[in-house]
Design a binder for this molecule. Structure first.
Ligand code: COS
Length: 384
């Protein structure tokens, strides 16, 4: 066992830390207030190979491992959680399933421009009546000749406005429960596909969250991912990778909270001395730091296991669950250390507090992660 980063991992850490500090952090407040991430920032991230980090170079990806992806996500999220949402969705939820399940033709047509960051993708699974319960989706795909006709609507689609490609999950065989769901690569320009409601949210305001409506959208049969009926498994396996990304995002937010809290506690004088000298503040800082390290170890382990081709469902759920809840606790404590100032927009704490909140919800709530961990654990136990 070794806890050291490889040369490549150190290189991506230095690169993304500098980029986050020079280019992303100065824009983060504006991104939050305007609800928009400037396209030049996305183009610069694409230029650094951050939109398809783990995708092999032959498809114009970064050709790096999942640990590198986690490191990059952590650095970007510590500067701006909204920006890291665009990165994680494109990497984990779009490039990854096309790489794993796509045909050579699908990879050439969609994966290469997505991994290059020339176009962006989004992931459309959730519906009004199907959030945690994925098999309850209603969007339908009916085969007609060489096409599938898609009807229905999807909710809470991150990056759904600016994406040009959508991974859509739809029912192709209603009698078969989760085995009747299929996955499609859908081009945004497809006639019949429109953007519905744009959500007003508490946090992650720079990454738009929208409803996508499909009205008799004709999808060529070549855009089916793998086989009919494979959609549920594709969604689950994709979310396993996605949850590593959200764990890393949570880690980044938590680290930003700790960094701000330590800095402020050394500057803020009360009772004649910096509050960092008060034991009540020290205890909060110590707890935050310990939780971040524990979350980091869980997250890096899940990424490492994925890279080694090991089963990592339980580990990714543990990483996502722990890191997201730790990020919320860290945001609470860091804001508390800032007192009244933390509650104002003069400091970034209130943004971190708002941005952290969604991490225990999207890509599977904390309750779904607990369910998944328990199911996997119970499966592992051999009968006497
Ligand atoms: N990774 C891989 N496979 C998984 C999996 C995971 N995380 N979770 C479940 N599966 C597999 C099961 O092993 C089972 O396989 P078999 O058909 O071969 O037996 C199959 O999927 C069905 O699993 P299960 O019987 O547990 O299905 P349920 O409908 O009871 O529950 C949950 C599935 C709740 C775990 C799933 O729907 C889920 O993860 N929901 C959360 C969805 C989510 O994250 N939404 C956010 C949307 S993206 S913003």
């Amino acid at each position: 066992m070794n806890f050291y980063l490889t040369e490549e991992q150190k290189m991506i850490q230095q690169l993304t830390r500098k980029f986050a500090s020079d280019k992303i952090r100065p824009l983060s407040e504006k991104i939050d207030t305007t609800g928009d991430i400037p396209s030049h920032l996305i183009n610069e991230m694409a230029g650094l190979g951050l939109m398809g980090i783990t995708i092999p170079e032959e498809y114009s990806g970064g050709g790096m491992d999942t640990v590198c992806y986690v490191i990059a996500m952590e650095e970007i999220a510590s500067a701006c959680a909204s920006t890291s949402t665009i990165v994680t969705v494109n990497n984990s939820l779009v490039c990854e399933p096309i790489f794993r399940y796509g045909t050579e033709g699908q990879k050439k047509k969609f994966l290469t421009p997505l991994a290059k960051g020339e176009i962006l993708g989004c992931f459309a699974l959730t519906e009004a009546g199907a959030g945690s319960d994925v098999s309850a989706i209603n969007t339908s795909a009916v085969k007609e000749g060489d096409e599938y006709i898609l009807n229905g609507s999807k909710l809470f689609v991150s990056n759904g406005k600016r994406a040009q490609v959508v991974i859509v999950f739809a029912v192709t065989n209603a009698g078969k429960g989760h085995k009747g769901i299929s996955a499609f690569i859908v081009e945004k320009k497809t006639p019949g596909l429109s953007i519905g409601r744009v959500e007003e949210k508490l946090g992650i305001k720079g990454s738009e969250t929208v409803e996508l409506i499909f009205e008799r959208c004709r999808i060529p049969k070549e855009n089916l991912l793998r086989q009919e009926g494979d959609g549920f498994k594709i969604a689950m396996n994709t979310l396993d990778m996605g949850r590593i990304g959200i764990a890393a995002q949570s880690l980044g937010i938590a680290q930003a909270c700790l960094d701000e809290a330590t800095k402020y506690s050394k500057e803020r004088v009360q009772f004649g001395k910096p509050i960092a000298q008060l034991q009540a503040i020290q205890f909060m800082i110590a707890d935050m730091s310990m939780e971040i390290e524990a979350a980091r170890l869980l997250t890096y382990r899940a990424a490492y296991m994925k890279d080694k081709g090991l089963e990592f469902i339980k580990e990714t759920s543990m990483a996502k669950l722990y890191a997201s809840e730790a990020a919320n606790r860290c945001a609470y404590k860091a804001l508390q250390i800032h007192g009244g100032y933390g509650y104002t927009k003069d400091f970034p704490l209130e943004r971190y507090y708002r941005d952290a909140r969604v991490t225990t919800i999207y890509e599977g709530t904390s309750e779904i992660q607990r369910l998944t961990i328990a199911k996997e654990l119970l499966k592992e136990q051999k009968p006497d």
